[in-house]
Write a protein that binds this ligand. Structure first.
Ligand SMILES: [Zn+2]
Length: 422
C-alpha cells in the first residue's frame, strides 16, 4: 500500500500545513467567527445526517463528485456513522464474520462464467410460468436438458449497492461490513489465490459502480466499463457487448478464468438500450417494455451458452442470477421494498461436465427456491475450497444498509415463515 498511499499522504499533509499556517502568516485583522461557525455547522450537519441515514450514500467516494464534495460525504459517513456504530455498539445486528475457507484441491471448474443480471424478477419469466414467452431459451433448456438447474432464487438484498457486495463476499446475513473489509470470503480474493485470471466486464456506467471497492476491486485483474469503448462515465452500454468481451477471453489458456459479465439488463428506464427489433412485446405499457428486457437477457444467455458449447469442451460452468428483483405493474415499478418480486430472482447453473453438474444437482434438487448464498458458496467450492454449499432452509434478505440497520427479512423455507427484523 505504501507506494499507492505515499504521494496522496504527503500531498495531504503538505496541503493541511499550508492552510493551517495561513492565519499565522497573513495575520488577518478581522476575525471570521461567523464563517468559522458556518463551516463547523456544515461538518456537524453531515455527521448527524450520516448517523441517521437509511442508505449507503457516502460509504465510498463518488468519483463523479468534486474532491471537496466526495470527501465531505465520506468524512461525514466515517465520523458520523462508521465510528459511533463500530465503537459504540449501536447496531442491533451483531457483526457477521466467517472463516477463510481452506484450499482442498486444484480448481474444479477451469472456466467460471458468471452472468450477473440487473433488476430481473421471476414473475415476468415464461420459464417460471408467466403467460408470455419471455424466455424461449431457458424454457427450451428446462425442457430438453434435465441436467440444467433453473430455479427461483432469493436475493441477498433489495438494492444493487447492498446485493452485489453481499453476493460477491458470500455474506450469509447482515451485518457483513467487517467481513467485507477483511475480504477473506471475497470471490475474487479466493479466485486469485487459486490462480484464476479474474475479470469483471460491466455494461453499467462507471460512475454508478463506485461500490466496486466493496465488491473486490483489489483482486480483479481486468475490469472493464463502457468507458473502454468510448462511452462517457455516466453511460451504460448494451449487454450484447459483454459477449464480445467473453469471446476475447482465452478459455484455452493454462490459467483458469473467473469471468463476470455484469449486465445493465432490466434496469429502469426499461429497454433504453434495446434496438427496434428487440421490442418483441411492443412498447405500449410498462410491462411490455420490461418484458422486452427479459427476452433480451434470455437471448444473451443463449448466445453465451452456444458460444461456450461450441468449444466442445466440458471445462466450463455458466452461472446466472440477478442482483435483486423488480416490482413491476402497469401502475407502478420499483425495487427496494420488501415485496416478493423485489427479492425473487432467477438462477441458472449449467456445466457440461457430468461430475460437476450432478454433484451440484444433488445439492440443489431438494430446494424449490435457492438463496443467493448458495450461489456464492457454490462458486467458492468450484474454485477448490472446502466450503460446503449452504442449504436452502433459512436465508436472509437485507434492506438498504449493509449493516442490516434499515431492517431485513429472515426467510425460513421449511416453516414458510418470513420474519421482518427491525
Ligand atoms: Zn440492481
Amino acid at each position: 500500500m505504501i507506494g499507492k498511499l505515499l504521494v496522496p499522504s504527503v500531498w495531504g499533509i503538505a496541503e493541511s500545513i499550508f492552510f493551517a499556517s495561513l492565519p499565522f502568516i497573513l495575520k488577518p485583522k478581522k476575525s471570521y467567527k461567523l464563517v468559522d461557525t458556518f463551516f463547523i455547522l456544515l461538518l456537524v450537519f453531515i455527521c448527524v445526517r450520516s448517523f441517521h441515514t437509511t442508505q449507503q450514500h457516502g460509504i465510498s467516494p463518488n468519483p463523479d463528485y468534486s474532491r471537496l464534495k466526495a470527501n465531505y460525504f465520506t468524512l461525514g459517513h466515517f465520523i458520523g456513522r462508521v465510528i459511533p456504530y463500530y465503537y459504540g455498539g449501536l447496531s442491533d445486528t451483531p457483526p457477521y464474520s466467517a472463516k477463510e475457507p481452506k484450499i482442498t484441491s486444484a480448481p474444479l471448474a477451469k472456466n467460471i462464467i458468471f452472468v450477473v443480471g440487473e433488476s430481473q424478477n421471476t414473475n415476468n419469466m415464461g420459464v417460471f410460468g408467466y403467460d408470455r414467452d419471455t424466455t424461449p431459451f431457458l424454457s427450451y433448456l428446462a425442457k430438453n436438458n434435465n441436467q440444467a438447474i433453473i430455479k427461483p432464487t432469493i436475493s441477498g438484498a433489495l438494492m444493487t449497492a447492498v446485493a452485489l457486495p453481499t453476493l460477491f463476499n458470500a455474506i450469509e446475513k447482515p451485518n457483513g461490513s467487517l467481513q467485507i473489509s477483511k475480504g477473506t470470503t471475497n470471490l475474487f480474493y479466493l479466485a486469485k489465490k487459486q490462480g484464476y485470471n479474474t475479470q469483471f466486464y460491466s455494461a453499467q456506467a462507471e460512475n454508478q459502480m463506485m461500490i466496486m471497492n466493496i465488491i473486490g476491486l483489489r483482486w480483479i485483474d481486468r475490469m472493464v466499463f463502457p468507458t473502454e469503448l468510448g462511452y462517457k462515465k455516466s453511460e451504460n452500454m448494451p449487454d450484447s457487448y459483454l459477449l464480445d468481451y467473453l469471446k476475447k477471453v482465452d478459455l484455452n489458456s493454462a490459467q483458469p478464468n473467473f469471468v463476470i459479465l455484469h449486465q445493465r439488463g432490466s434496469h429502469v428506464p426499461y429497454g433504453s438500450l434495446l434496438n427496434d427489433e428487440d421490442h418483441v412485446f411492443g412498447t405500449e405499457t410498462i410491462i411490455d417494455k420490461y418484458d422486452n428486457t427479459i427476452h433480451k437477457t434470455d437471448q444473451l444467455l443463449q448466445s453465451i451458452y452456444d458460444y461456450l458449447n461450441s468449444s466442445g469442451k466440458d471445462d466450463w460452468i455458466l452461472v446466472f442470477t440477478s442482483d435483486h428483483g423488480q416490482n413491476v405493474s402497469n401502475e407502478t415499478f420499483n425495487h427496494g421494498q420488501f415485496t416478493t418480486s423485489s427479492y425473487t430472482v432467477p438462477a441458472l447453473v449449467y456445466s457440461p461436465n457430468n461430475q460437476i453438474q450432478s454433484d451440484i444437482k444433488e445439492q440443489f434438487d431438494p430446494c424449490n427456491t435457492l438463496f443467493h448464498q448458495q450461489i456464492s458458496t457454490l462458486l467458492i467450492s468450484l474454485m477448490g475450497y472446502d466450503l460446503p454449499i449452504s442449504n436452502c432452509k433459512i436465508g436472509y434478505v437485507n434492506g438498504n444498509l449493509l449493516t442490516g440497520d434499515s431492517g431485513y427479512l429472515e426467510i425460513n423455507q421449511e416453516t414458510h415463515e418470513i420474519k421482518k427484523i427491525k
